[in-house]
Write a protein that binds this ligand. Structure first.
Ligand SMILES: CC(C)(COP(=O)(O)OP(=O)(O)OC[C@H]1O[C@@H](n2cnc3c(N)ncnc32)[C@H](O)[C@@H]1OP(=O)(O)O)[C@@H](O)C(=O)NCCC(=O)NCCS
Length: 171
């Protein structure tokens, strides 16, 4: 007997992005970015630049794959990846964006999207896939680790406390 999760996942169709989806993808950017950058200020200008960036997918041909997870009449998730020549190790696939709408999370949609993108990368002679994920984004870390991704380098940041500097009289 099929489990409910399997039945649900079978009802999720993964298809390519069409221009009519772009507005919906842009409407998810606020949630996507605030999950990874809690201090982010999502402005109209930022969303406009995201829309332009996403539209670039349609000009990149076989170097870009953008898949939508669709169920019934509703878009419920997406994944975007690009192939590039990293010069050191040949062709590399990069996951640029991966998102599942909140009500549909933890049901396997994120994993289904990752698997679809991996299939695309394999067909395009990619020998490794990379992505960036924020250290406290537990759901994304769990998903990627369970799909076989391993951390290979740290990206480090140091924040300046302007207010404290001002109080100490440091210009
Ligand atoms: C990250 C994200 C795409 C994952 O999508 P999802 O559909 O919830 O992921 P899945 O259900 O396929 O998760 C895969 C596995 O992780 C598990 N999982 C998901 N969230 C988890 C959590 N918070 N803690 C523990 N396990 C978790 C699932 O149970 C599943 O395990 P299983 O297949 O063994 O049952 C989704 O949380 C999201 O859109 N987050 C906001 C945007 C974002 O951060 N994107 C990633 C940027 S790099």
């Amino acid at each position: 007997m099929k489990t409910r999760k399997l039945e649900f996942l079978e009802s999720v169709v993964i298809r390519e992005l069409i221009p009519e989806d772009v507005k919906w993808v842009v409407s998810c950017q606020q949630d996507l970015y605030s999950s990874n950058f809690p201090r982010a200020k999502i402005t109209k200008r930022f969303l406009h630049s995201q829309e332009e960036w996403i539209q670039e997918h349609f000009n990149l041909g076989q170097r870009s794959a953008f898949f939508i997870a669709h169920r019934g009449r509703e878009n419920i998730g997406f994944i975007w990846g690009k192939v590039f020549d990293n010069l050191l190790e040949g062709f590399e696939g990069m996951v640029l964006q991966n998102y599942v709408s909140r009500p549909w999370r933890s049901k396997g949609v994120g994993r289904k999207l990752v698997i679809k993108l991996e299939e695309f990368f394999k067909k395009h002679a990619v020998n490794k896939i990379s992505l960036n994920v924020t250290l406290d984004n537990d759901s994304a870390l769990f998903l990627y680790k369970s799909c076989g991704f391993m951390p290979v380098r740290y990206e480090m940041e140091k924040r300046f406390d302007m207010q404290q500097d001002k109080e100490k009289g440091i210009d």
